[in-house]
Write a protein that binds this ligand. Structure first.
Ligand SMILES: NC(=O)c1ccc[n+]([C@@H]2O[C@H](COP(=O)([O-])OP(=O)(O)OC[C@H]3O[C@@H](n4cnc5c(N)ncnc54)[C@H](OP(=O)(O)O)[C@@H]3O)[C@@H](O)[C@H]2O)c1
Length: 336
């Protein structure tokens, strides 16, 4: 089944920040944020065991498990099995070392084998309090988490998680599976495989207003040619585009802050909100199925939905194109 048929909406809600990313988010605030997304009509939710060692799944599940299961689309991830016992040593998340230091303290086993995939799904079902998951992403088999040995992890997943998920999809247990990463290369390699064939991908942070040139070179043309859709995660580049301070899950560099300032000069000149520019940019590529911004405050949901609906003048896109801040190959809304 094509990803577009499974996710009919153009916007979902991403729950990585609800795993206490960067800071502790009070339970009632997390609950209110998921509830705000539900009340606003959002019906696609993405989560993952990694996010606070199960915390985001628990928080999402608390709200979603009260809703009819057929009323929403749910994706989570495989590759991290959350144990009941506590972690005593330091977490090893590669470049993203301290990302979830405020999350639960449970030990995380990073493993993409067939057996770990099945255990990972069982744990997710329990934490989410649901009896099925629609989409499973094979999580973070990429260089940002594993450095030079990332291809070994990819191979572990190819011969493990990929096969289990293909079987579950063929048996109708799940609707779709794919790879969910912050890098383009693992998706390019997966697209080049004869089999197993995934149904789509979650590309995070690499097709945003701020960072998209690399994805346009090879990955997106390949995906378009094969008719494979993508969910775009991290459309605000982990916050800096929307008024936050992080880019790629770390403090934004002076160069990135300067680029955001230049983008904001153009949005301000046209009276366009930066969120509208960001979401509508990511959605303008024909390969994009939906965007999933994350948030920890109910007010963000209304902002995101307003950004999606905002009427952006065609002159804005033309001005943006002229500024050189977007790649000449990037499709812009309204054909600008
Ligand atoms: N490997 C993968 O599969 C992968 C990787 C990354 C992301 N994803 C998916 O994509 C989703 C979205 O990514 P993300 O949440 O990391 O990043 P994002 O959507 O690019 O940015 C979210 C951040 O923007 C901040 N923000 C929003 N509006 C703001 C405003 N008006 N002022 C200041 N800050 C604002 C939010 O802050 P507050 O917290 O204050 O609301 C939130 O922390 C994730 O939740 C996850 O579902 C998947």
């Amino acid at each position: 089944m094509e990803l577009r048929e499974i996710i009919p909406d153009r916007i979902g809600f991403g729950t990585a920040p609800l795993g206490n990313m960067f800071r502790a988010v009070p339970d009632d605030q997390a609950r209110a944020t998921v509830q705000a997304a539900w009340d606003a009509g959002i019906r696609y939710f993405d989560t993952g065991p990694l996010y606070g060692a199960g915390l985001a799944e628990l928080r999402l599940g608390e709200v979603l498990s009260r809703q009819p299961r057929d009323a929403y689309v749910l994706s989570t991830k495989v590759g991290r099995v959350i144990l009941d016992e506590e972690e005593t040593g330091a977490r090893d998340l590669g470049e993203k070392g301290t990302l979830f230091e405020y999350g639960r303290k449970n030990k995380i086993v990073h493993e993409w084998t067939a057996d770990a995939t099945e255990r990972s799904i069982e744990g997710s079902l329990q934490r989410l309090g649901v009896d099925r998951i629609d989409i499973l992403w094979v999580h973070d088999i990429a260089q940002d988490f594993h450095g030079d040995v990332w291809l070994q992890k990819f191979e572990e997943a190819r011969t493990g998680a990929f096969r289990v998920l293909s079987r579950l999809r063929d048996e109708g247990v799940i609707k779709a599976w794919g790879v969910g990463v912050n890098r383009t290369e693992p998706i390019e390699i997966t697209l080049a495989l004869e089999e197993p064939r995934p149904d789509g991908f979650l590309l995070a942070g690499r097709y945003t207003l701020l960072d998209h040139a690399h994805a346009l070179q090879r990955l997106l043309p390949m995906a378009a040619e094969q008719g494979v859709g993508m969910v775009i995660g991290g459309p605000y580049s982990s916050g800096v585009l929307a008024g936050g301070t992080h880019f790629e899950y770390a403090d934004a560099s002076p160069e990135i802050i300067e680029k955001v300032r230049r983008l904001r000069e153009i949005t301000d000149r046209h009276g366009v909100s930066i969120k509208a520019a960001a979401l509508q940019f990511s959605l303008a590529h024909p390969v994009t199925v939906a965007v999933v911004p994350g948030a920890t405050k109910p007010s963000r949901i209304a902002e995101d939905l307003a950004a999606l609906e905002e009427k952006v003048p065609v002159d804005f896109w033309a001005d943006l194109r002229r500024s050189g801040l977007v790649s000449p190959q990037a499709p812009l809304p309204e054909g600008a």
